[in-house]
Design a protein around this ligand. Structure first.
Ligand code: LLP
Length: 420
């Protein structure tokens, strides 16, 4: 019998190893779920999602005079998750017309939706205004020009996104606050656009927004970002974005949600004032660790170290390839190591490596592999490379599991293809 041991912060809050050494997520046996729903499959621990949403809300409520937590839905755009986050009292950040469509389909109150995007087109803005979204985050002067052209019946509430010239300490693709980032308005250009926003009949300016980057493990840049906003004037609302990093592997120790909220609220209080309405936009920190991907081993091939190939890969998790993200894996009913190996996918390129240096307990074809911390930007970045259908999303709670996004079929692959 495998020794029972506590699971690290990389795993869902309500996951555990049973005495028989089997992984359970939300009270459901992982190997049983792989049999019931097939593999690959994204599992989500519902209680975990709810607990983290509540924790950020509570942390903000106890520290800020006024505020709101927005779920950055790009991390996990699934209607069940939109609905669940809304049930927990969160507002929703959408980054496109597509995410707006999903949020509305999920029944989210439009007034609790914030529309983001550095290149919002006419139709996205028209749809957002027609739906009555609560706020549009202005990224550039063209956003204002487009909103004015729409001549909304009532002025649209807006925030202005500022490029604070503060880099987040993270992978280059995820740092968004450095001076040459494509997002927001440069500090030097902000006063002119602020004057235009104040003079416009189409909008009501609530305040300023910054988002300096993602998977941030160092909180110091939040204070620098808040300080950068101070010379722009005094505003009622400040949105400091998301960005809190998470644990991907045993031993990773990111700041807690409370430490992050503390740092952000402290930064606003120190540099911008005590009575501000503070908005936060966490995505990854709410969903990453609620998720576990299950795969099945298809083949084990000799090599130095051996290749363990599973039935998914870069079509369901692009993060190792895009960002060099490092994950860990376990055999779902036999945790532990002993066989150093390369965990690879089924796709036709050598870069399809999920874990370069995995350590599994003598993996064999047919066994179920569990990869934790896949709840953020896994499903969101999934694709059909090599005609591989995207996995289902299964919500687990109290021993019950239900599909909230069904598995793609081969027929789905043909659905948009109109032929010669
Ligand atoms: N707010 C804005 C304006 C954002 O652009 C983002 C993320 C967030 C909030 C949420 O950030 P989070 O709390 O999740 O760090 N695909 C990459 C992540 C890109 C994040 C883009 N923006 C990944 O897989 O790591």
């Amino acid at each position: 019998m495998a020794a029972t041991r506590a699971l690290s912060a990389a795993w869902p809050l309500s996951s555990r190893l049973t005495e028989a050494g089997r992984l359970e997520v939300g009270g459901c046996d992982a190997v049983g779920l792989a049999e019931e729903f097939g593999t690959p499959v994204y599992l989500l621990d519902e209680d975990d999602l709810r607990a983290r949403a509540r924790a950020v809300r509570a942390a903000l409520e106890t520290r800020a005079a006024d505020g709101e937590v927005l779920f950055a839905s790009k991390a996990l755009p699934v209607t069940a998750v939109y609905a669940l986050m809304a049930e927990e009292g969160l507002s929703i950040d959408v980054a496109s017309g597509g995410e707006l469509h999903m949020a509305l389909a999920a029944g989210v109150d439009p007034t609790r939706i914030y529309l983001h995007g550095n290149a919002k087109d006419d139709s996205e803005l028209r749809t957002a205004v027609a739906a009555g979204v609560g706020c549009v985050v202005i990224d550039n002067a063209d956003d204002l020009r487009r909103l004015e052209a729409l001549a909304p019946a009532a002025p649209v509430r807006v925030l202005l996104r500022i490029n604070p010239d503060v880099a987040g300490d993270t992978h280059a693709a995820m740092s968004t606050g450095q001076g040459d980032a494509k997002f927001g308005v440069a500090l030097d250009d902000a006063p002119a656009l602020l004057a235009r926003l104040r003079a416009s009949d189409a909008v009501v300016l609530d305040g300023l927004h910054v988002h300096i980057g993602s998977q941030l493990l160092d909180l110091a840049p939040f204070a620098r970002a808040a300080a950068a906003l101070a010379p722009l004037g005094d505003f009622g609302t400040y949105d400091l974005g998301g960005g809190l990093g998470v644990a991907y592997r045993d031993g990773d120790e990111p700041p807690s949600l409370e430490e992050w909220v503390d740092a952000v609220v402290g930064a606003v209080h120190d540099h911008l004032g005590p009575d501000k309405r503070i908005l936060l936009e966490p995505g990854r920190a709410l969903t990453a660790n609620a998720g576990v991907t299950l795969y099945r081993v298809v083949t084990v091939k000799p090599g130095a170290p051996p290749w363990v190939a599973v039935d998914g890969g870069m079509s369901d998790n692009l993060r190792p390839m895009l960002y060099g993200a490092r994950y860990q894996a376990e055999i779902a009913d036999r945790f532990g190591g002993g066989t150093p190996c390369r965990l690879v996918g089924k796709h036709c390129e050598s870069g399809d490596v999920l874990i370069e240096a995995a350590d599994l307990a003598d993996p064999r074809p047919g066994e179920v592999i569990a990869l934790p911390a896949t709840g953020a930007y896994g499903h969101a970045l999934a694709n059909n490379y090599n005609g591989v259908p995207r996995p289902p999303v299964v919500l687990c709670r109290d021993g019950d599991a239900r599909v909230v996004v069904r598995r793609e079929t081969y027929d789905d692959l043909l659905r948009r293809d109109v032929g010669l």
